[in-house]
Write a protein that binds this ligand. Structure first.
Ligand code: DOR
Ligand code: ZN
Length: 437
Protein backbone atom coordinates (compact mmCIF):
# COMPACT_ATOMS: atom_id res chain seq x y z
CA UNK A 1 0.00 0.00 0.00
CA UNK A 2 1.31 3.44 -0.83
CA UNK A 3 2.02 5.66 2.15
CA UNK A 4 0.44 9.09 1.88
CA UNK A 5 0.52 12.00 4.28
CA UNK A 6 -1.35 15.23 3.74
CA UNK A 7 -0.06 18.15 5.79
CA UNK A 8 -2.93 20.64 5.91
CA UNK A 9 -3.01 24.39 6.24
CA UNK A 10 0.54 25.16 7.38
CA UNK A 11 2.73 28.12 6.50
CA UNK A 12 5.01 26.47 3.99
CA UNK A 13 8.47 28.03 3.84
CA UNK A 14 10.89 26.73 1.23
CA UNK A 15 13.66 29.27 0.64
CA UNK A 16 15.01 27.23 -2.31
CA UNK A 17 11.87 28.08 -4.30
CA UNK A 18 11.02 31.37 -2.64
CA UNK A 19 7.85 29.81 -1.21
CA UNK A 20 6.22 31.36 1.86
CA UNK A 21 2.46 30.78 1.83
CA UNK A 22 -0.34 28.96 3.59
CA UNK A 23 -0.80 25.70 1.68
CA UNK A 24 -1.25 21.97 1.87
CA UNK A 25 1.60 19.58 1.20
CA UNK A 26 1.19 16.00 0.06
CA UNK A 27 3.84 13.31 0.54
CA UNK A 28 3.45 10.05 -1.38
CA UNK A 29 5.79 7.09 -1.05
CA UNK A 30 8.42 9.10 0.76
CA UNK A 31 8.57 11.91 -1.78
CA UNK A 32 7.13 15.41 -1.95
CA UNK A 33 4.25 15.09 -4.40
CA UNK A 34 2.51 18.44 -4.40
CA UNK A 35 2.17 21.82 -2.70
CA UNK A 36 -1.16 23.50 -3.31
CA UNK A 37 -3.59 25.86 -1.62
CA UNK A 38 -6.12 23.10 -1.12
CA UNK A 39 -5.38 19.46 -1.80
CA UNK A 40 -8.29 17.07 -1.27
CA UNK A 41 -7.54 14.10 0.91
CA UNK A 42 -6.44 11.10 -1.14
CA UNK A 43 -7.80 7.71 -0.10
CA UNK A 44 -5.86 6.21 2.83
CA UNK A 45 -3.88 9.38 3.44
CA UNK A 46 -2.91 10.32 6.97
CA UNK A 47 -3.78 13.91 7.81
CA UNK A 48 -1.49 16.21 9.79
CA UNK A 49 -3.18 19.45 10.80
CA UNK A 50 -0.53 22.19 10.53
CA UNK A 51 -2.71 25.25 11.03
CA UNK A 52 -0.71 27.93 12.82
CA UNK A 53 2.51 25.98 12.23
CA UNK A 54 5.50 26.41 9.90
CA UNK A 55 6.16 23.56 7.46
CA UNK A 56 9.68 23.61 6.01
CA UNK A 57 12.39 21.29 4.65
CA UNK A 58 14.11 19.08 7.23
CA UNK A 59 17.17 20.72 8.74
CA UNK A 60 20.68 19.69 7.72
CA UNK A 61 23.52 19.67 10.26
CA UNK A 62 26.98 19.62 8.74
CA UNK A 63 28.77 19.33 12.10
CA UNK A 64 27.64 16.88 14.73
CA UNK A 65 29.43 14.53 17.12
CA UNK A 66 27.66 11.17 17.37
CA UNK A 67 30.48 9.49 19.40
CA UNK A 68 30.06 6.04 17.86
CA UNK A 69 32.22 4.02 17.72
CA UNK A 70 34.05 4.23 21.00
CA UNK A 71 32.21 6.63 23.29
CA UNK A 72 28.73 5.13 23.29
CA UNK A 73 28.30 6.23 26.91
CA UNK A 74 28.14 9.81 25.57
CA UNK A 75 25.96 9.20 22.52
CA UNK A 76 25.24 6.58 19.89
CA UNK A 77 24.15 6.89 16.29
CA UNK A 78 20.73 5.78 17.47
CA UNK A 79 20.34 8.32 20.30
CA UNK A 80 22.10 11.11 18.40
CA UNK A 81 19.89 10.78 15.33
CA UNK A 82 16.73 10.45 17.45
CA UNK A 83 17.76 13.67 19.24
CA UNK A 84 18.43 15.27 15.85
CA UNK A 85 14.96 14.31 14.63
CA UNK A 86 13.50 15.84 17.80
CA UNK A 87 15.41 19.00 16.89
CA UNK A 88 13.97 19.08 13.36
CA UNK A 89 17.01 17.63 11.58
CA UNK A 90 16.70 15.02 8.85
CA UNK A 91 20.38 14.96 7.83
CA UNK A 92 23.43 15.03 10.07
CA UNK A 93 27.11 14.83 9.17
CA UNK A 94 29.07 12.81 11.70
CA UNK A 95 32.44 14.14 12.80
CA UNK A 96 35.28 11.60 12.80
CA UNK A 97 36.69 12.21 16.30
CA UNK A 98 35.40 8.81 17.36
CA UNK A 99 37.50 6.04 18.87
CA UNK A 100 38.99 4.81 16.69
CA UNK A 101 38.86 7.84 14.42
CA UNK A 102 37.09 7.60 11.07
CA UNK A 103 40.41 7.51 9.25
CA UNK A 104 40.02 4.27 7.29
CA UNK A 105 37.49 2.29 5.32
CA UNK A 106 36.49 -0.15 8.03
CA UNK A 107 35.53 2.51 10.57
CA UNK A 108 33.54 4.49 7.99
CA UNK A 109 31.88 1.27 6.82
CA UNK A 110 31.02 0.50 10.45
CA UNK A 111 29.41 3.91 10.89
CA UNK A 112 27.42 3.50 7.67
CA UNK A 113 26.26 0.05 8.74
CA UNK A 114 25.26 1.25 12.20
CA UNK A 115 23.44 4.19 10.65
CA UNK A 116 21.53 1.85 8.36
CA UNK A 117 20.52 -0.32 11.29
CA UNK A 118 19.81 2.29 13.97
CA UNK A 119 19.53 5.82 12.60
CA UNK A 120 16.16 7.50 12.20
CA UNK A 121 17.49 10.04 9.69
CA UNK A 122 20.25 10.41 7.07
CA UNK A 123 23.82 10.15 8.39
CA UNK A 124 26.67 11.37 6.21
CA UNK A 125 30.15 10.60 7.53
CA UNK A 126 33.12 12.95 7.51
CA UNK A 127 36.53 11.29 7.17
CA UNK A 128 39.51 12.38 9.21
CA UNK A 129 42.26 14.33 7.49
CA UNK A 130 45.10 12.49 9.17
CA UNK A 131 45.63 9.03 10.57
CA UNK A 132 44.38 8.87 14.13
CA UNK A 133 43.73 12.64 13.87
CA UNK A 134 47.35 13.00 14.94
CA UNK A 135 48.22 15.52 12.27
CA UNK A 136 51.24 13.63 10.96
CA UNK A 137 50.17 11.55 7.98
CA UNK A 138 47.23 11.94 5.61
CA UNK A 139 44.47 9.34 5.81
CA UNK A 140 43.51 7.34 2.72
CA UNK A 141 41.41 10.24 1.56
CA UNK A 142 40.43 8.88 -1.81
CA UNK A 143 39.28 5.54 -0.37
CA UNK A 144 37.17 7.42 2.16
CA UNK A 145 35.78 9.56 -0.66
CA UNK A 146 34.75 6.37 -2.50
CA UNK A 147 32.68 5.44 0.57
CA UNK A 148 30.83 8.73 0.38
CA UNK A 149 32.39 10.93 3.06
CA UNK A 150 31.28 14.53 2.49
CA UNK A 151 34.60 16.08 3.51
CA UNK A 152 37.56 15.67 5.81
CA UNK A 153 38.21 17.05 9.28
CA UNK A 154 40.36 16.45 12.36
CA UNK A 155 37.77 18.47 14.32
CA UNK A 156 38.29 18.64 18.04
CA UNK A 157 41.82 19.45 16.96
CA UNK A 158 43.17 21.64 14.18
CA UNK A 159 45.35 20.44 11.33
CA UNK A 160 48.32 22.12 12.94
CA UNK A 161 51.11 21.50 10.43
CA UNK A 162 50.75 23.91 7.49
CA UNK A 163 52.43 21.49 5.11
CA UNK A 164 49.99 18.70 6.01
CA UNK A 165 47.15 21.18 5.50
CA UNK A 166 48.62 22.12 2.14
CA UNK A 167 48.75 18.47 1.06
CA UNK A 168 45.25 17.79 2.36
CA UNK A 169 43.85 20.74 0.40
CA UNK A 170 45.67 19.62 -2.75
CA UNK A 171 44.26 16.08 -2.53
CA UNK A 172 40.80 17.22 -1.60
CA UNK A 173 40.72 19.61 -4.56
CA UNK A 174 41.09 16.57 -6.82
CA UNK A 175 38.36 14.78 -4.90
CA UNK A 176 36.15 17.89 -5.01
CA UNK A 177 35.56 17.70 -1.26
CA UNK A 178 36.22 20.31 1.43
CA UNK A 179 38.70 20.24 4.29
CA UNK A 180 36.75 21.30 7.37
CA UNK A 181 39.23 22.82 9.78
CA UNK A 182 38.86 23.51 13.48
CA UNK A 183 41.04 26.62 13.49
CA UNK A 184 43.00 26.98 16.70
CA UNK A 185 46.73 27.59 17.07
CA UNK A 186 47.56 25.17 19.90
CA UNK A 187 50.31 27.25 21.49
CA UNK A 188 47.99 30.27 21.70
CA UNK A 189 45.16 28.26 23.22
CA UNK A 190 47.20 25.97 25.44
CA UNK A 191 45.56 25.42 28.83
CA UNK A 192 42.77 27.93 28.15
CA UNK A 193 39.18 27.15 29.01
CA UNK A 194 37.26 30.23 27.86
CA UNK A 195 37.52 33.39 25.78
CA UNK A 196 40.37 35.73 26.69
CA UNK A 197 39.01 39.03 27.94
CA UNK A 198 37.83 40.82 31.02
CA UNK A 199 35.48 38.00 31.98
CA UNK A 200 38.31 35.44 32.00
CA UNK A 201 40.37 37.90 34.05
CA UNK A 202 37.57 38.39 36.51
CA UNK A 203 36.94 34.68 36.87
CA UNK A 204 40.63 33.82 37.10
CA UNK A 205 40.43 31.43 34.16
CA UNK A 206 43.02 31.19 31.43
CA UNK A 207 41.56 32.57 28.21
CA UNK A 208 42.23 31.88 24.55
CA UNK A 209 42.53 34.98 22.40
CA UNK A 210 40.59 35.51 19.19
CA UNK A 211 43.94 35.35 17.44
CA UNK A 212 44.22 31.64 18.24
CA UNK A 213 41.41 31.16 15.72
CA UNK A 214 42.18 33.99 13.32
CA UNK A 215 45.86 33.19 12.74
CA UNK A 216 44.89 29.75 11.46
CA UNK A 217 41.96 31.04 9.42
CA UNK A 218 44.37 33.43 7.68
CA UNK A 219 46.81 30.58 7.05
CA UNK A 220 44.10 28.33 5.66
CA UNK A 221 42.82 31.00 3.30
CA UNK A 222 46.35 31.42 1.98
CA UNK A 223 46.73 27.65 1.53
CA UNK A 224 43.36 27.39 -0.22
CA UNK A 225 44.57 30.04 -2.66
CA UNK A 226 47.86 28.22 -3.15
CA UNK A 227 46.29 24.81 -3.80
CA UNK A 228 42.88 25.62 -5.29
CA UNK A 229 41.38 23.49 -2.52
CA UNK A 230 38.19 24.25 -0.64
CA UNK A 231 38.61 25.09 3.02
CA UNK A 232 35.56 25.17 5.24
CA UNK A 233 36.02 26.96 8.56
CA UNK A 234 34.21 25.04 11.30
CA UNK A 235 32.40 26.99 14.04
CA UNK A 236 33.58 30.51 13.14
CA UNK A 237 33.38 32.58 16.32
CA UNK A 238 35.22 35.89 16.06
CA UNK A 239 34.73 39.18 14.24
CA UNK A 240 38.28 38.92 12.89
CA UNK A 241 37.57 35.48 11.39
CA UNK A 242 34.58 36.92 9.56
CA UNK A 243 36.60 39.87 8.25
CA UNK A 244 39.19 37.46 6.83
CA UNK A 245 36.54 35.27 5.22
CA UNK A 246 34.67 38.22 3.76
CA UNK A 247 37.74 39.54 1.99
CA UNK A 248 38.85 36.05 0.87
CA UNK A 249 35.42 35.43 -0.65
CA UNK A 250 35.63 38.76 -2.45
CA UNK A 251 38.93 37.55 -3.94
CA UNK A 252 37.29 34.36 -5.19
CA UNK A 253 39.00 32.03 -2.72
CA UNK A 254 37.20 28.73 -2.09
CA UNK A 255 36.37 29.34 1.54
CA UNK A 256 33.09 28.71 3.33
CA UNK A 257 32.17 28.78 7.00
CA UNK A 258 29.50 27.86 9.52
CA UNK A 259 28.37 29.26 12.85
CA UNK A 260 26.76 27.43 15.78
CA UNK A 261 23.53 28.40 17.55
CA UNK A 262 25.50 29.15 20.74
CA UNK A 263 27.94 31.50 19.04
CA UNK A 264 24.91 33.37 17.67
CA UNK A 265 23.03 33.64 20.94
CA UNK A 266 25.36 33.39 23.97
CA UNK A 267 28.31 35.48 25.09
CA UNK A 268 31.24 34.81 27.42
CA UNK A 269 29.11 36.37 30.15
CA UNK A 270 27.27 33.05 30.35
CA UNK A 271 30.35 31.77 32.20
CA UNK A 272 29.64 34.38 34.92
CA UNK A 273 26.23 32.82 35.36
CA UNK A 274 24.32 35.67 33.76
CA UNK A 275 23.99 37.26 30.34
CA UNK A 276 24.78 40.79 31.47
CA UNK A 277 27.85 42.55 30.14
CA UNK A 278 28.42 44.77 33.16
CA UNK A 279 29.94 44.18 36.56
CA UNK A 280 27.33 42.29 38.54
CA UNK A 281 27.60 39.79 41.33
CA UNK A 282 28.31 36.38 39.85
CA UNK A 283 25.19 34.36 39.12
CA UNK A 284 24.47 31.07 40.83
CA UNK A 285 25.49 29.37 37.59
CA UNK A 286 28.95 30.96 37.45
CA UNK A 287 31.61 28.52 36.29
CA UNK A 288 28.93 26.25 34.83
CA UNK A 289 31.01 23.74 32.88
CA UNK A 290 28.11 23.34 30.46
CA UNK A 291 29.10 26.75 29.11
CA UNK A 292 32.61 25.46 28.31
CA UNK A 293 32.90 24.91 24.61
CA UNK A 294 35.57 25.17 21.96
CA UNK A 295 35.77 27.69 20.38
CA UNK A 296 34.64 29.47 23.51
CA UNK A 297 31.62 31.72 23.88
CA UNK A 298 32.92 35.09 22.75
CA UNK A 299 32.25 38.79 23.34
CA UNK A 300 29.08 40.71 22.62
CA UNK A 301 30.79 42.34 19.63
CA UNK A 302 31.70 38.94 18.18
CA UNK A 303 28.13 37.68 18.57
CA UNK A 304 26.81 40.81 16.82
CA UNK A 305 29.24 40.15 13.98
CA UNK A 306 28.05 36.52 13.69
CA UNK A 307 24.41 37.58 13.37
CA UNK A 308 25.17 40.28 10.84
CA UNK A 309 27.38 38.00 8.74
CA UNK A 310 24.79 35.26 8.68
CA UNK A 311 22.24 37.79 7.43
CA UNK A 312 24.57 39.17 4.76
CA UNK A 313 25.79 35.75 3.62
CA UNK A 314 29.47 35.87 4.65
CA UNK A 315 28.60 32.97 6.92
CA UNK A 316 27.26 30.19 4.72
CA UNK A 317 25.06 28.27 7.14
CA UNK A 318 24.33 27.20 10.71
CA UNK A 319 25.78 23.94 12.09
CA UNK A 320 25.25 22.70 15.64
CA UNK A 321 28.62 21.26 16.73
CA UNK A 322 26.43 19.04 18.93
CA UNK A 323 29.01 17.71 21.41
CA UNK A 324 27.40 15.41 23.98
CA UNK A 325 29.41 14.60 27.09
CA UNK A 326 28.71 12.48 30.15
CA UNK A 327 28.10 13.89 33.61
CA UNK A 328 31.55 12.70 34.68
CA UNK A 329 33.16 14.76 31.91
CA UNK A 330 31.35 17.88 33.09
CA UNK A 331 31.01 17.46 36.90
CA UNK A 332 34.45 18.83 37.60
CA UNK A 333 36.27 22.16 37.73
CA UNK A 334 35.94 24.51 34.78
CA UNK A 335 39.61 23.92 33.95
CA UNK A 336 39.30 20.15 33.89
CA UNK A 337 35.94 19.83 32.19
CA UNK A 338 35.53 18.64 28.59
CA UNK A 339 34.64 21.17 25.93
CA UNK A 340 31.21 20.88 24.32
CA UNK A 341 27.49 21.60 24.38
CA UNK A 342 24.57 19.29 23.60
CA UNK A 343 22.77 21.36 20.98
CA UNK A 344 20.49 19.34 18.72
CA UNK A 345 17.32 19.65 20.79
CA UNK A 346 17.64 23.36 21.64
CA UNK A 347 18.96 24.66 18.31
CA UNK A 348 15.68 25.83 16.82
CA UNK A 349 14.29 27.28 20.05
CA UNK A 350 17.42 29.26 20.78
CA UNK A 351 17.74 30.50 17.17
CA UNK A 352 14.11 31.63 17.17
CA UNK A 353 15.03 34.21 19.82
CA UNK A 354 16.91 36.02 17.03
CA UNK A 355 13.70 36.08 15.00
CA UNK A 356 11.68 37.19 18.02
CA UNK A 357 14.11 40.03 18.70
CA UNK A 358 13.91 41.19 15.09
CA UNK A 359 17.55 40.33 14.38
CA UNK A 360 16.79 37.78 11.66
CA UNK A 361 13.94 36.88 9.33
CA UNK A 362 12.48 33.43 9.88
CA UNK A 363 12.99 32.75 6.14
CA UNK A 364 16.71 33.48 6.47
CA UNK A 365 16.96 31.25 9.51
CA UNK A 366 15.30 28.35 7.70
CA UNK A 367 17.46 28.90 4.61
CA UNK A 368 20.59 28.68 6.76
CA UNK A 369 19.38 25.35 8.18
CA UNK A 370 18.20 23.82 4.90
CA UNK A 371 19.01 25.16 1.46
CA UNK A 372 22.45 26.58 2.25
CA UNK A 373 23.95 23.48 3.90
CA UNK A 374 22.44 21.46 1.00
CA UNK A 375 24.31 23.69 -1.43
CA UNK A 376 27.50 23.01 0.49
CA UNK A 377 26.86 19.27 0.19
CA UNK A 378 25.87 19.54 -3.46
CA UNK A 379 22.84 17.36 -2.73
CA UNK A 380 19.23 17.75 -3.80
CA UNK A 381 17.88 17.86 -0.26
CA UNK A 382 16.84 20.73 2.02
CA UNK A 383 14.03 21.78 -0.33
CA UNK A 384 10.39 20.89 -0.98
CA UNK A 385 10.54 20.52 -4.75
CA UNK A 386 8.27 17.90 -6.29
CA UNK A 387 9.97 14.51 -6.36
CA UNK A 388 12.53 15.24 -3.64
CA UNK A 389 12.80 13.26 -0.42
CA UNK A 390 9.91 13.91 1.98
CA UNK A 391 12.20 15.42 4.64
CA UNK A 392 9.95 17.85 6.44
CA UNK A 393 10.04 19.76 9.71
CA UNK A 394 6.98 21.24 11.39
CA UNK A 395 7.49 24.09 13.84
CA UNK A 396 5.22 25.89 16.27
CA UNK A 397 6.82 29.36 16.24
CA UNK A 398 4.79 30.51 19.25
CA UNK A 399 5.09 27.65 21.71
CA UNK A 400 7.03 28.64 24.82
CA UNK A 401 8.83 25.87 26.66
CA UNK A 402 11.42 25.43 29.39
CA UNK A 403 14.67 23.62 28.62
CA UNK A 404 14.93 20.52 30.78
CA UNK A 405 17.89 18.35 29.80
CA UNK A 406 16.13 15.51 31.60
CA UNK A 407 13.72 15.52 28.67
CA UNK A 408 16.49 15.29 26.05
CA UNK A 409 16.64 12.19 23.90
CA UNK A 410 20.36 12.83 23.55
CA UNK A 411 22.52 11.18 26.17
CA UNK A 412 24.31 14.54 26.40
CA UNK A 413 22.51 16.60 29.04
CA UNK A 414 25.25 19.24 28.91
CA UNK A 415 23.49 22.48 28.07
CA UNK A 416 23.98 25.94 29.58
CA UNK A 417 20.34 26.60 28.67
CA UNK A 418 18.88 24.46 31.44
CA UNK A 419 15.86 26.29 32.85
CA UNK A 420 15.75 28.84 30.00
CA UNK A 421 12.46 29.73 28.39
CA UNK A 422 12.55 29.30 24.61
CA UNK A 423 9.89 30.25 22.11
CA UNK A 424 9.57 27.96 19.09
CA UNK A 425 9.23 24.20 19.20
CA UNK A 426 9.55 21.31 16.80
CA UNK A 427 6.17 19.60 16.54
CA UNK A 428 7.00 16.84 14.04
CA UNK A 429 9.77 15.66 11.75
CA UNK A 430 9.29 13.49 8.69
CA UNK A 431 12.20 11.66 7.07
CA UNK A 432 11.59 10.20 3.63
CA UNK A 433 7.87 10.59 4.30
CA UNK A 434 7.86 8.74 7.61
CA UNK A 435 7.20 10.52 10.86
CA UNK A 436 10.37 10.09 12.93
CA UNK A 437 9.44 12.60 15.63
O1 DOR B 1 33.47 22.04 22.17
C1 DOR B 1 33.85 21.19 21.37
N1 DOR B 1 33.57 19.89 21.53
N2 DOR B 1 34.61 21.59 20.35
C2 DOR B 1 35.20 20.72 19.51
O2 DOR B 1 35.85 21.14 18.60
C3 DOR B 1 35.07 19.27 19.76
C4 DOR B 1 33.86 18.95 20.51
C5 DOR B 1 33.84 17.54 21.03
O3 DOR B 1 34.12 16.61 20.28
O4 DOR B 1 33.51 17.37 22.21
ZN1 ZN C 1 35.65 21.89 16.48
Amino acid sequence: MTLKTLIKGGRIIDPSQGIDKISDLLIVDGLVKEINTSISKPRNAEIFNAEGLIVCPGFIDIHCHLREPGEEYKETIQTGTAAAAAGGFTTVCAMPNTQPAMDNQSVVEYVLKKAKETASIRVLPIGSVTIGRKGKQLSEMSELADLGVIGFSDDGDPVEDPNIMRQALSYSAGLKLPIINHCEVPSLADGASMNEGWVSNRLGLKGMPSSAEEVMVARDISLAELTGGHVHIAHASTRGTIDLIRSAKANGTKVTCEVTPHHLTLTENTVMGHGKDDFQPLGTNAYDTNAKVNPPLRSKSDVASMIESLNTGTIDFIATDHAPHSEVDKMTTFQDSSFGISVLETALGSLMTLVDQGQMEVNTLIKKLTNDPATFLGMDIGNLKTGTSGDITIIDPNEIWTVDPGDFISKGKNTPLEGSLLKGKIKATFYQGTKVY
